[in-house]
Every structure is written in structure tokens, then in C-alpha cells.
Design a protein around this ligand. Structure first.
Ligand SMILES: Nc1nc2c(ncn2[C@@H]2O[C@H](COP(=O)(O)OP(=O)(O)O)[C@@H](O)[C@H]2O)c(=O)[nH]1
Ligand SMILES: [Mg+2]
Ligand SMILES: [Zn+2]
Length: 352
């Protein structure tokens, strides 16, 4: 008998059928409540503060939290979602109500899932905090990759440089110069230390407004920062990685925390280190905010912005209007994308 090779699509389909069958099984075993009209009160507004596999905790306008079932017809409900829900007249099997609808999202953050394509992880985010550090060495290339994601998701980004307690005066000045590249194009930056507490009051002030989320490579200090800000979260520090490159899930749920000084922090181990998904070249170009002014003024409409004659971006670099490091990183990002047509490779390739 010859072994038949499954195509990627067939594998995905099999996986997805499996997941659906398991889901039906869980619902039967758990005797999921069939909420009927007469068992429920009026619809009301709420915010999803924790998402578990089959439930979600919803907070009402008084700050009370109710564990809810999700209507089967609902798309993926995520932390940060504004929802319409109904409270049951009685609590049944520990469940207080049911989520009926998700309100339109202002934005969402997704990460690549090997089987399901892009998986939304959280929504309605006011700011993504990109954590980088001086150890492993500060990489502007990685910062740029995260910025491309933030720009495409239309979420403001703040760049943190952590572990500055390890810098000599000389190194401090060099790091400041590198961050200056980003300040010049309008990003907020902050040099901090989760160990010495340097500038942590500036970070907490920043977080006091709106909903924030931390992202960044493994080892940069995200868990340490979360523990500093919210000791009760007790995030594991120093671990190798919370997700595998294949987008496997951890059992830890995503959660929205209210900070003592105001503001919210969404902690989702699954997105702290989310991979870099397969972006189209146009999206990568859109991810460079200072390029936008010059785009469309290149001599050739199909300018690749490499060595094309009359390239407006290159001219802007020569005139000092675009930083050469950003332009180089842009080309690296475009070419690494071309070398790795398959999403899996793109996600796993060297981001160091
Ligand atoms: N020197 C120094 N080390 C830090 C700082 N923040 C975190 N670390 C260390 O860096 C390592 C990785 O930190 P962790 O919070 O687990 O990083 P994560 O992978 O981004 O969550 C741990 O050994 C931390 O103790 C800092 O500000 N200064
Ligand atoms: Mg961590
Ligand atoms: Zn061009």
C-alpha cells in the first residue's frame, strides 16, 4: 500500500473537523445549559474580561463579573470585546448568563495559527507596548517588525527598552540615539528597568489611560514588568517560551486587569510573544509611517524601492528624511518574506 501524502489543506480540514467533534463532545459531557427565552433577563452591555475555552467572564457597568456561556452562532469572543449579554434569572451549574452578540471591534490583535490562519486574541486595544531590551542586544529590526503589525492593526505603539540597569553611561547614550530614530517619527519611547525600577513611574503613568498590552520577544522582561505592575498576576519569569512557533496554545487564559491607578492591562501569554504573520508587501510598506508621505511620488508606479531610478524613498533617505536603518530593515523584511513564501517558515525564521 502506498502512503498517501496529505496536502496542507487536507491536514487543516482534518484538524478543524477534529476540533469541532471534540467541541461537540465537550458540550454533551458538560451538559451545557440550553438557555431559553423565559430563563433570561433583558439584554445589557458588558466587557469580556476573561476568556476560557467554553466560557467567558463578562463585567457589567457596575464592575460585577458574571461567568457566561456563548451562543453557538457567535464568532470567536475575545478579551476586550464589548458584548451584549443576558443574565439568567437563576445561576445554573455556576453559569450566570449568556453572551448574545459582539459589538463591532475598534481594532483587534491576531496571531498566526498554523491550522486556523489568523486567530484573534484580544480587541479594543488603545496601545501596544513593544518591549525590547539591551540583553539580548537591542534589535531595531525586531522593533520594526512589531511596528508593522501595530500600524496595520491601527493600534498606537510605544517602544520600551528594558534592562537599562545593565548599561554603562556610554551604552546609555548609544541606546538613546537609537530610540531617537523612533521618537523623530512620532513614537513614544521609554528606557526602563524592571529590576532597578528606573522610570517605572513613567510606565505606570502611561498605562493609567486606556487599555494596554505587552508584546516582545522571549527574555526581554515582559513577565517581570507585568509582575512589577500587577503582583497578583504572578507571571512566570525566565521561562523559555510560552508558545511554540507552531502557535500551540498554553492553558493560561487571557485576562483584562484593572490597574490601581486607572487603565487596563490585557495579559495574554499567547500574544506576549506572538509571531510575525505573513504580510503582503503593501502591508509591510504601510507599516512604515514615515514612508507614507513619499509613496506615490516614485518615478515608476511599480517602483520596488530598491535600486529603481527615481525612487522617492531612496531620495528621502539621501536627504536625511528617512533613516537608513529603517530603510534597510524594510528591505530585510520584504526580502525575508519573499524567501519564505510559506507562512510557517516566515513565523519561525530568525527574529533575533
Ligand atoms: N538586569 C535586568 N534583568 C531583567 C530585567 N527585567 C527582566 N530581567 C531578567 O530577564 C530574564 C527574562 O525576564 P522575563 O520577565 O521572564 O522575560 P519575558 O520572557 O519577556 O517574559 C529574567 O531572568 C529576568 O530576571 C531588568 O530590568 N534588568
Ligand atoms: Mg514571560
Ligand atoms: Zn520607490
Amino acid at each position: 500500500m502506498t502512503k498517501r501524502k496529505l496536502t496542507q489543506n487536507q491536514k487543516r480540514r482534518i484538524h478543524s473537523n477534529n476540533v469541532k467533534a471534540l467541541d461537540r463532545h465537550h458540550r454533551r459531557v458538560k451538559k451545557e445549559i440550553d438557555w431559553q427565552e423565559e430563563m433570561l433577563g433583558d439584554t445589557q452591555d458588558g466587557v469580556v474580561v476573561t476568556r476560557y475555552s467554553i466560557h467567558a467572564d463578562v463585567e457589567n457597568s457596575q464592575g460585577e463579573i458574571f461567568r457566561c456561556n456563548l451562543r453557538r452562532t457567535l464568532a470567536n469572543v475575545v478579551v476586550g470585546d464589548h458584548v451584549v449579554w443576558r443574565r439568567g434569572h437563576e445561576k445554573l451549574q455556576g453559569i450566570s448568563g449568556v453572551i448574545e452578540a459582539i459589538k463591532p471591534r475598534e481594532n483587534e490583535i491576531a496571531r498566526p495559527d498554523y491550522y486556523d490562519g489568523l486567530k484573534v486574541m484580544a480587541s479594543n486595544i488603545d496601545r501596544i507596548i513593544i518591549v525590547s531590551s539591551v540583553l539580548p542586544a537591542l534589535s531595531l529590526n525586531i522593533i520594526d517588525r512589531y511596528l508593522v503589525i501595530c500600524e496595520n492593526a491601527n493600534i498606537p505603539a510605544v517602544i520600551l527598552l528594558n534592562k537599562v540597569d545593565l548599561l554603562t553611561d556610554e551604552q546609555w547614550r548609544e541606546a538613546e540615539e537609537q530610540l531617537e530614530i523612533y521618537r523623530k517619527i512620532g513614537y513614544e519611547t521609554l528606557m526602563i528597568s524592571a529590576i532597578s525600577g528606573k522610570n517605572m513611574e513613567k510606565l505606570t503613568a502611561l498605562l493609567a489611560d486606556g487599555t494596554s498590552i505587552f508584546v516582545g520577544q522571549s527574555g526581554v522582561g515582559k513577565s517581570s514588568l507585568i509582575n512589577y505592575i500587577l503582583p497578583e498576576v504572578n507571571a512566570q519569569t525566565g521561562e523559555i517560551s510560552e508558545t511554540s512557533g507552531l502557535g500551540q496554545h498554553t492553558t493560561t487564559s487571557s485576562r483584562l486587569y484593572h490597574l490601581p491607578q486607572g487603565g487596563n492591562l490585557i495579559d495574554s501569554p499567547g500574544i506576549r510573544e506572538f509571531g510575525l504573520w505573513h504580510l503582503e508587501p503593501a502591508q509591510i510598506t504601510n507599516g512604515y509611517r514615515e514612508f507614507q508621505y513619499f509613496l506615490g511620488t516614485c518615478k515608476f508606479r511599480d517602483c520596488k524601492h530598491i535600486d529603481d531610478p527615481g525612487c522617492a524613498l531612496r531620495e528621502a533617505v539621501e536627504l536625511g528624511k528617512i533613516h537608513p536603518v529603517r530603510f534597510d530593515n524594510y528591505h530585510r523584511l520584504i526580502s525575508s518574506r519573499e524567501e519564505n513564501k510559506s507562512q510557517r517558515h516566515f513565523m519561525e525564521q530568525d527574529i533575533r
